[in-house]
Design a protein around this ligand. Structure first.
Ligand SMILES: *Cc1c(COP(=O)(O)O)cnc(C)c1O
Length: 397
């Protein structure tokens, strides 16, 4: 480690977000260079042989390493407080790579019931096919996590807060149970980002990200990452180099610049979301609001302990069920009707007929997804304008 790298390690998260991982080229550029190259050249046959054998460190091919991708990985690892990170082509590729590297046929996963829909599909439709069964448990029920452990359980997987109902896992407690049983705990930190929550410091073994959301922050590029110990990341890198779901250098450059403003943006998303959640909670046509920043949230204290802010996603139920929810959504003029989140543009969606549309009525009810539930991911517009749009929507209910 150089003196400069060591110096950066001892700075705050926001400083690491701006300064971490940078290597200047001979051109002495101030802003990070973008290396759009698939391969690298050598001085001689001997030089090439030494690099291929690993005797000399160096880039060979961008499926293996790329300076821009490495810059993003190092910066994110510094922000999460992990030894190392590896970037992937999407958030789902990050989760797949963790499973392919750490699991084998005969192993077992315990996962929260309230995880991203494609993650549930990956576990039930694909991993089960290769002999890795999964047991789903309630995110907040610590004893259920422990009770679900089998002798072959290798992985715990959770997201906190959950989407769209904002349930909170006690990450320290769940990670401690995993550790006692030699199980690797994985936290999908997409909703909080390291600006608001650091699962590794709470005891988790690995953090996975969809960089597509808040890390980009402007809805431009797809990407993901895994952060953790040198040993775990080395295993995952091995899979990625062979199988190929690596991050494109261009996307890495977009995310690298995204990290520089991440903390500022998360603070703005959180403060507007807090304002709107408190206002919605008082509204006569709103039955319930799901936001960890509200004092009325059943796990507000735990959330305040393990998060530095409450994020941009707010769920709320309007009186009148699906009809009312759809009327509200259709009456908005500013908000984008889309299921995506983590964008500068505020988005609005109806979970019961979109992200949770494939479930039976019973399954949806069990999951707590009511027909009147609306989810917004609060963006960076003037909060008064977002509120005015929601007033317009609520008048149509
Ligand atoms: C979007 C998302 C993913 C998947 O990420 P992609 O980049 O779309 O592959 C995983 N987890 C959570 C919580 C997400 O919101």
């Amino acid at each position: 480690m150089t003196d400069k790298e060591d110096f950066i390690r001892h700075t705050g998260t926001d400083t690491r977000a701006v300064r971490g991982g940078q290597r200047r080229t001979m051109e002495r550029e101030h802003s990070e260079a973008l290396f759009l190259t698939s391969s690298y050249v050598f001085e001689s046959a001997a030089d090439m042989a030494a690099t291929f054998s690993g005797e000399v460190e160096g880039n060979v091919y961008s499926r293996y390493t790329n300076p821009t991708v490495r810059n993003f990985e190092e910066r994110l690892a510094l922000m999460e407080g992990g030894d190392a990170a590896v970037a992937t082509s999407s958030g789902m590729a990050a989760i797949l790579s963790v499973c392919m590297s750490l699991l084998q046929a005969g192993d077992h996963i315990v996962a929260s019931r309230s995880i991203f829909g494609s993650t549930t599909n990956l576990f039930t439709k694909y991993l089960e096919k290769f002999g890795v069964p999964v047991t789903f448990v309630a995110l907040t029920d610590l004893s259920a996590w422990e009770a679900a452990i089998q002798p072959n359980t290798k992985l715990f997987f959770l997201e906190s807060p959950s989407n769209p109902l904002a349930e909170v896992a006690d990450i320290s407690a769940v990670s401690a149970v995993a550790r006692q049983h030699g199980i690797v705990s994985v936290v999908d930190n997409c909703f909080c980002t390291p600006a608001l929550q650091k699962p590794l410091a709470l005891g988790a073994d690995l953090v996975v990200h969809s960089a597509t959301k808040y890390i980009d922050g402007q809805g431009r590029a797809m990407g993901g990452a895994v952060v953790g110990s040198f040993a775990h990341i080395a295993d995952i890198v091995g899979f990625l180099r062979t199988a190929g779901p690596t991050m494109s250098p261009f996307n890495a450059w977009v995310f690298l610049k995204g990290l520089e403003t991440l903390s500022l943006r998360m603070r703005a998303h959180s403060s507007s979301a807090q304002y709107l959640a408190e206002w919605l909670e008082q509204h006569p046509k709103v039955e319930r609001v799901y936001y960890t920043g509200l004092k009325s949230h059943p796990q507000h204290k735990l959330a305040a302990q393990q998060m530095r802010g409450f994020g941009g996603v707010v769920g709320f139920e309007v009186t009148g069920g699906q009809d009312a929810a759809w009327r509200l959504i259709d009456a908005t003029q500013l908000l984008s009707i889309t299921a995506n989140l983590g964008d500068a543009k505020t988005t609005i969606t109806h979970p019961a007929t979109t992200t949770h549309g494939k479930l039976s009525d019973q399954q949806r009810d069990d999951a707590g997804i009511k027909p009147g539930l609306v989810r917004i991911a609060v963006g960076l517009e003037d909060v008064d304008d977002i509120q005015a749009d929601l007033i317009r929507g609520l008048e149509a209910v």
